[in-house]
Design a protein around this ligand. Structure first.
Ligand SMILES: Nc1ncnc2c1ncn2[C@@H]1O[C@H](COP(=O)(O)OP(=O)(O)OP(=O)(O)O)[C@@H](O)[C@H]1O
Ligand SMILES: [Mg+2]
Length: 501
């Protein structure tokens, strides 16, 4: 490939859709981004309008090309990465969704999950899927749509409907939609449904039967790096091959060059997601982590990961902005938190969607503890930032317990890592250095790599390693007794969130 060609990466995220154009050196040359509406029909429910998202995706692709001053002919391939688990069912003939997309944070399937667990418990499918039965994953959300939207079960059984996560929705539309759109997903997204066997990488008909989901509505499972089809019939990228799909957290792991067993990254976005590459055998967790597919590049062996998913981190900053109004913009939280010397004894456990890893407590709800007449909004802001770091510490403790890997540094990325106060506290509470790479848009970058490798734009994983470089490192600087005391108080606050749903 000539050096004046590029890879376009579409990042369909929880809060926004982005398109970033990357060059050979893995640096962005242009981008565009658009937020979409967060729909909260009632407590615990979170939805997106999938048609709005598709409009936004097309818009940001066009705008990113313009911003990079690059023509469609100069794009060698397109990669797709996406918010995972967010569940959509649409009609193959009309292209219309039958219901809004149900977002990964949505807890409406709580009771359904309890029913499916029955006497066998929430670990019923863990040995097959690597996952506990939880509202987080796509399978129960599909079942909810089949049970609760009029006429949908009949239409699904008649083969009229498609299920997909947002990767599938974007790909189907890009490849022609009702006119021959391709209905596939990749192994990483499929591994988040509770319906895929981690070893065979195929749908499990027995689990689908337990869930009462017709297998015919599921997309075909493909690898993360291969040519799925090309953009058609017309539109800005017509004729360009789509050659990579990775769920957003796996994409960030790939983009951070965590390519060897023992390498890990933590992404600080809407939630936090720490993934540890465990190599070509899936490692089963005994401490509340998920086993998931990290990536599969074409015919190469499948690479697995252990994952600690935390539901609420950056979205707590948004909550302080939108629901409390104590900041105007997300970045203002750093200055507000900096108005106080320490948290003043205030701990904020944002269990808005229950608690995910490592505790998996759907019955938990948020708590602010340690309030006194002294506490002010600075303390609340500080406690909110510290919550992100404490939740990360819990996940890392679980990872240490599950694997022999000793963490020496933590690679970080995502929207929150521009926050220096948070990064310093993260290093303090972990007792290890925290390092941020030059290209912080690792999610989009990882999907670009997956696509670029499939079309020989990059020749191999060594190119990814060579392109990675560090920007800034934070070293721990907190008295270990203070650290342990704070962590103990955090743990007491977490226990107060239980039995509150
Ligand atoms: N300076 C900041 N300090 C703390 N949090 C911040 C700051 N700037 C942004 N955030 C938070 O970062 C999050 C956005 O990060 P990012 O764009 O990586 O999220 P994301 O989860 O990838 O979203 P999406 O799923 O839409 O891609 C928001 O929740 C926002 O509140
Ligand atoms: Mg993202």
């Amino acid at each position: 490939m000539t050096s004046d060609t590029f890879i376009a990466s579409i990042d369909q995220g929880t809060t926004s859709s982005r398109c970033i154009i990357f060059g050979h050196d893995g640096k962005p040359v242009g981008s565009a981004q658009k937020e979409h509406e967060q729909i909260f029909p009632r407590a615990g429910w979170v939805e997106h309008d999938a048609e709005e998202i598709w409009v936004n995706v097309r818009e940001v692709v066009g705008a990113a090309l313009g911003n990079a001053d690059v023509k469609a002919e100069d794009i060698a391939a397109v990669g797709i990465t996406n918010q995972r688990e967010t569940t959509l069912v649409w009609d193959r003939t009309t292209g219309k969704p039958v219901y809004n997309a149900i977002v990964w944070q949505d807890t409406r399937t709580d009771e359904l999950c309890t029913r499916l667990a029955g006497d066998m418990g929430t670990d019923r499918y863990q040995h097959i899927t690597g996952l506990p039965l939880s509202t987080y994953f796509a399978g129960p959300k599909i079942r909810w749509i089949l049970d609760n939207v009029d006429g949908v079960r009949e239409r699904a059984e008649a083969g009229e409907l498609c299920f997909g996560t947002m990767d599938s929705w974007v790909l189907w539309n890009l490849t022609g939609g009702t006119d021959g759109g391709i209905h596939v997903t990749d192994v990483t997204n499929a591994s988040r449904t509770l319906l895929m066997d981690l070893e065979t990488l195929q749908w499990r008909e027995d689990i689908c039967a337990d869930f009462d989901i017709p297998v015919s509505m599921l997309p075909e499972i493909r690898t993360s790096s291969e040519i799925y089809g090309e953009v058609r019939p017309k539109g800005v990228l017509a004729g360009v091959p789509i050659a990579g799909i990775l769920g957003d957290q796996q994409a960030a792991t790939f983009g951070q060059a965590c390519l060897e067993p023992g390498e890990a990254k933590n992404t600080y976005g809407t939630g936090n997601f720490l993934l540890l590459n465990t190599g070509t055998t899936p490692v089963r967790s005994e401490h509340g982590l998920l086993t998931t597919v990290c990536y599969k590049l074409g015919d190469k062996d499948t690479v697995y990961a252990l994952e600690g998913s935390v539901a609420v981190t950056g979205s707590l900053v948004q909550w302080l902005r939108d629901n409390l109004g104590i900041i105007k913009n997300a970045k203002d939280i750093e200055d507000l938190a900096g108005t106080v010397e320490d948290n003043g004894g205030v701990y904020f456990v944002p269990a808005f969607s229950g608690l995910f890893a490592p505790r998996w407590r759907p019955d938990a709800r948020g708590v602010i503890s340690g309030l006194t007449r002294f506490a002010n909004k600075g303390h609340i802001a500080r406690a909110a930032l510290e919550a992100t770091a404490f939740q990360t510490r819990e996940v890392i403790d679980a990872m240490r317990a599950d694997s022999d890997v000793e963490l020496t540094t933590l690679k970080v990325d995502g929207g929150m890592v521009v926050n220096e106060l948070l990064m310093q506290f993260q290093s303090d509470i972990l007792g290890v250095p925290v390092v941020r790479p030059v290209v912080n848009e690792t999610t989009a970058l990882g999907a670009a790599y997956a696509a670029g490798l499939a079309v020989d734009y990059w020749s191999g994983e060594d190119d990814i390693r060579a392109n990675w470089s560090d920007d800034k490192t934070w070293e721990p600087d907190l008295d270990p007794t203070v650290r342990d005391e704070m962590y103990a108080r955090w743990n007491r606050a977490v226990e107060r969130t239980y039995d509150s749903a």
